[in-house]
Design a protein around this ligand. Structure first.
Ligand code: HEM
Length: 433
């Protein structure tokens, strides 16, 4: 279910973000929170969920009171598994906080090392390679019914980031695995063995990219990792210094991970929405390049793959009458803000790319941590939807879809989507409008 049924009353008593009911359809709960408890303390945890759009934005601006030094976005390990994880991590490099998980001034220093790769100029240069990836993937889609996730939604962002990182394309399956391992415990209950296996994957990632970075030291190239090797960041003493290997690996890991699962999930949800709304798909077909950017923003709003993010509360405070002790974690629930009736009107769950306030969605966050890769995922999604509008006449959902979402309350997306796509007749393919 993607659309909340406003008529059903929902009780927040005993609300558990790890329960299947919440993870499969959280929107009714978020709506109830907006109405009954816009700052909701999750019973038995240090988590406070903030769901209203007008409350989320000021929190994102106050980076001193609400810090991004929340550790990792995953849930901390407890018990004997901690020793097992330590043993695995000792075979790699220490995991250090960089962009997402650190505050200014360090945040600004780290982000500055890779920000030049996500400028409008870079994106314009990337359009042709991204179009080539999308066209190739569409050329090879199976006939009849197929799962869109492994055939299209997974490879597109992985191939795009591999292109930016300038690494050989023969390791795509590993990139996908490492990126899954890096998010394995975010907002989900995970077994000890799965947790240890995920850390093995992270260390494997470190060794692969450390070798790539070392290669750039001896054979510099015009690319991102060479720039990381040559980067100098300001120190607190007014000096500059190079990044160490842990810092470089953390930055590369964030680029590899942050954009894969998220963009995959947004594209999948977008195709489902287009299949369910043929009238919107018709508009896209009528003006592929003009309408694809609007479809992209509305899909981002409704899918909000990064449903929320943590903020660490740095001193005792109060929000909307709720006392929050220092050391608690807020969850700024972007997906709730993106369906807040105060901003999106009486029918916030409706798929409507013609909304006039699409720019107000928070799918990429806001403020200093605003998604660095937003221009890249926008480019990928725009090209994907534009090409679907040009090349495909009809998208239908297979009968046997279970519409299951990954069991996470932080990263939301369908586990699979079986579709049938009818190609446009060659003379009907929209070349340009
Ligand atoms: C649909 C796709 C994507 C979504 C929904 C998304 C969402 C987000 C959100 C909500 C944040 C802010 C987190 C916060 O508030 O603390 C963020 C930060 C970030 N994203 Fe994305 N992202 C996407 C794609 C990408 C891509 C493609 C990349 C890189 C190639 C990327 C790299 C990052 C990085 C590095 C940060 C941290 C920025 C900072 O702390 O300054 N993201 N993303």
């Amino acid at each position: 279910m993607t659309v909340a049924d406003n008529s059903a009353p929902v009780s927040l008593e005993g609300f558990n973000p790890f329960s299947d009911a919440v993870q499969q359809c959280p929107h009714l709960y978020y709506r109830a929170m907006q109405e009954q408890a816009p700052v909701f303390h999750v019973p038995g945890t240090d988590l406070y969920m903030v769901t209203r759009h007008d409350m989320v934005t000021p929190i994102l601006r106050d980076t001193q009171l609400f810090s991004n030094r929340f550790g990792s976005a995953g849930e901390a390990a407890r018990g004997e598994v901690v020793e097992r994880i330590k043993a695995v991590l000792e075979t790699g490099w220490p995991q250090v906080p960089t962009m997402l998980t650190i505050d200014p001034p360090y945040h600004t220093r780290y982000r500055g090392t890779v920000a030049p790769y996500f400028t409008p100029k870079r994106m314009a240069e990337l359009r042709a390679p991204v179009e080539a990836i999308v066209d190739r993937l569409l050329d090879h889609l199976p006939e009849g019914e197929f799962d869109l996730v492994p055939t299209f939604a997974v490879p597109l962002p992985i191939e795009a980031i591999a292109y930016i990182l300038n690494v050989p394309s023969d390791r795509m399956a590993d990139f996908k695995r490492w990126s899954d391992d890096s998010i394995a415990n975010i907002g989900t209950a995970i077994s000890d063995d799965a947790r240890v296996a995920a850390y093995h994957g992270i260390v494997e990632f470190q060794h692969y990219f450390a070798a790539q970075i070392e290669q750039r030291r001896t054979e510099p190239q015009a690319d991102l990792m060479t720039d990381l090797v040559n980067a100098r960041i300001d120190t607190d003493e007014g000096d500059t210094r190079p990044l160490d290997m842990s810092e470089m690996l953390s930055i590369v890991q964030q680029l590899l991970v942050a954009g894969n699962e998220t963009t995959t999930k947004a594209i999948t949800e977008g195709v489902m929405l287009l299949a369910r709304h043929p009238e919107v798909f018709e508009k896209l077909r009528a003006d592929p390049s003009g309408y694809a950017p609007l479809v992209t923003e509305e899909v981002l709003r409704l899918s909000t793959p990064t449903q929320g993010m943590f903020r660490l509360v740095t001193r005792d405070t109060e929000l909307a009458g709720v006392s929050i002790p220092k050391g608690s974690r807020l969850v700024v629930v972007y997906s709730a803000a993106n369906r807040d009736p105060q901003v999106w009107g009486d029918d916030p769950d409706r798929f409507d790319p013609d909304r006039t306030n699409l720019k107000d969605h928070l799918a990429f966050g806001k403020g200093i941590h605003f998604c660095l890769g937003a221009p890249l995922s926008r480019l990928e999604m725009q090209v994907a939807f534009e090409r679907l509008g040009r090349r495909i006449e009809r998208i239908e959902l297979a009968e046997d879809n279970a519409f299951r979402y990954f069991p996470s309350f932080m990263l939301r997306g369908l586990t699979g989507l079986r579709v049938r796509m009818t190609p446009a007749a060659p003379d009907e393919e929209r070349t340009d409008v």
